[in-house]
Design a protein. Structure first.
Length: 269
């Protein structure tokens, strides 16, 4: 059994993993959490596979040694599709990854045409090909890299107003492809993107359903920690904190964005 005070560590390149944290809070309100935002390397989507793998493995190794988490959740599609296997080989900690929600999208679609929005690094991964082959046989999966949405989500969560043209370009990137006019379901294959669902829905004319993996990830985290002791009846949310890489000048605005998710302070790496 793990130490009752051992936290769950949720890792992302930025604020996108907060969409996963919100779902984890619903199923495990008593769990202490460390949220890690690797903003010093944001965005991951324009980096090479080797860069991402080295970065993620190195950071998680240091964090696991320092904080001894009971479980690590890589709440980032790009990091998971590239580095999940390597991290599991290196660390003796349960690791939950994030993968594009193609399986539930295939079950939802009525037209048989599914859109997928992700980072450039995510949509080119063979793992996505594997998910499409396994779960979306007989369906059409159209992919579009929408890196602008990452910055838009970061801006929105800090109180800014992203340019509506960003969402229009993302929608057009899918709609303009062959059969794109038949898309009725869109996979948000980046944890940042659900933060923008209202804006994306408007850009698609309110005619598509969106699906992401946050609820499924939270269920998996709850399953893997089932029966484990937690420190205190209400956990230690007042002690939950974030670790943020990069320029600390933005931390005050970031802390305001983190506060509604139960994160009360930011510590340096």
């Amino acid at each position: 059994m793990p130490d009752p005070s051992a936290p769950i560590l949720i890792f992302d390149s930025g604020v996108g993993g907060l969409t996963v944290l919100a779902e984890v809070r619903k199923v495990l309100p008593q769990a202490p959490v460390i949220y890690v935002a690797d903003r010093g390397a944001l965005p991951y989507g324009d980096k090479s596979e080797a860069e991402i793998a080295a970065r993620v493995c190195g950071l998680l190794g240091r964090l696991a040694e320092r904080y001894h988490p009971r479980l690590i959740c890589i709440a980032c599609n790009t990091a998971s599709t590239i580095a999940l296997g390597m991290v599991r080989e290196v660390l003796e900690v349960p690791i939950v990854g994030t993968v594009p929600a193609i399986k539930p999208a295939a079950a939802m679609t009525r037209t048989g045409v599914i859109g997928l929005l992700g980072t450039a690094a995510t949509i080119r991964q063979g793992y996505v090909d594997q998910l499409e082959s396994e779960f979306a046989g007989g369906k059409t999966l159209l992919r579009h890299a929408a890196p602008e949405l990452v910055g838009a989500a970061e801006l929105k969560l800090r109180g800014g107003s992203p340019d509506p043209a960003i969402f229009a370009r993302a929608a057009e990137g899918l709609r303009s492809q062959p059969s794109g006019d038949q898309i009725d379901t869109v996979v948000l294959a980046c944890t940042h993107f659900p933060l923008l669902e209202a804006e994306l829905s408007a850009a698609f004319g309110g005619q598509v359903a969106f699906v992401d993996g946050a609820q499924g990830i939270a269920r998996r985290v709850a399953y893997l920690t089932q029966g484990q002791p937690w420190d205190g009846p209400q956990g230690s949310q007042d002690q939950d904190f974030a670790i943020v890489t990069g320029d600390p000048a933005d931390n005050p605005a970031l802390l305001s964005a983190l506060a509604p998710f139960g994160i009360g302070r930011i510590l340096p790496l």
